[in-house]
Structure formats: C-alpha cells, structure tokens
Design a protein around this ligand. Structure first.
Ligand code: HEC
Length: 123
C-alpha cells in the first residue's frame, strides 16, 4: 500500500512537472513566470504570467471553464475583439502573435489547466 501511494505521489509530481515544462517552453519565453526586477520590467516583451492570470481570473470570476476556454482561444486567435483585459498591454506590447503551429490543441489544454491550477485555484 505504501508503495502504491508513493508511486501515485511520484507520478503526480512528474505530470505536474511536465505541464510546467510545457508552459516554460511555449509561453514563458514571453510571459515571465516571476515578479520582474526593476530592470527586467523595462525590458518586458509581454506582461508577466501572474499579471495575465490575475486579470483573466478577475474578468471570469475564477470560473475554470471560462478561464481555460479563453486561454485556449486567445493563444490561437489573439485579436482586439477576443481580448478581455489587456487593452493597455496591447498598446504597450502590440498584439500577441498567434501560437498556431507552435502549440497543439492538446498541449494548450494542458497549459490552460496548469495555468488555472497554478495561479487561480487556491486564491
Ligand atoms: C511571442 C511572445 C508571446 C508568446 C510566445 C506568448 N504570448 Fe501571450 N501575450 C503576448 C503579448 C505581447 C500579450 C499582450 C497583448 C495581448 O493581449 O495581445 C499577450 C497576452 C496574453 C494573454 C492575455 C489576453 C487578454 O486579453 O487578457 C493570455 C491569456 C496569453 N497571452 C496567453 C499565452 C499563453 C497560454 C501562451 C503559451 C501557449 C502565450 N501567451 C505565449 C505575447 C506572447
């Protein structure tokens, strides 16, 4: 029994880790995953992820389905009309380039769930 629990725990860690790696590979290059320092703030090319997720969470009132659907749609079709909360960000950084071709729908599904669970689930 102990072994099974250990194995279960381990696989949870490995899966979570894989989803994090996916986000790091596909999104963190533009959306920093930590508070930027003063210098980093001047050189940002996109809003940091915690800021993005904070806005998205406020807009959709932390509704998991609405949040994950939005992340999936916006990543493939970013445009002014789809944008919910980042009009200042668009003015500063320009529109996010579509990630079509860079990320599959399956990967986006995992990414959206990971982002929700990491930034919004327990707040
Ligand atoms: C090449 C840089 C780049 C990459 C890669 C990138 N983004 Fe973005 N993203 C931006 C910029 C710039 C903005 C701010 C302008 C805007 O909202 O379009 C943004 C905004 C967003 C928003 C906010 C939209 C809104 O209206 O509130 C979400 C959500 C988002 N990105 C998710 C993602 C996810 C998920 C990934 C990884 C699959 C990703 N982004 C990869 C540049 C990028």
């Amino acid at each position: 029994m102990k072994k099974i629990i250990l194995l279960l725990g381990l696989s949870v860690v490995i899966f979570a880790n894989t989803d994090k790696n996916l986000v790091d590979a596909k999104c963190t290059i533009c959306h920093m995953n930590k508070q930027p320092s003063a210098l980093e703030r001047q050189n940002l090319i996109a809003p940091p992820m915690f800021g993005v997720m904070n806005n998205v969470g406020l807009y959709f009132k932390d509704d998991k389905k609405a949040v994950t659907d939005f992340i999936k749609t916006y990543s493939l079709e970013p445009n002014q009309k789809n944008s919910k909360c980042e009009s200042r960000a668009i003015a500063r950084f320009g529109l996010m380039p579509s990630q079509k071709g860079n990320v599959t729908k399956e990967e986006l599904d995992r990414i959206a769930n990971y982002l929700y669970d990491t930034y919004l689930k327990n707040r």
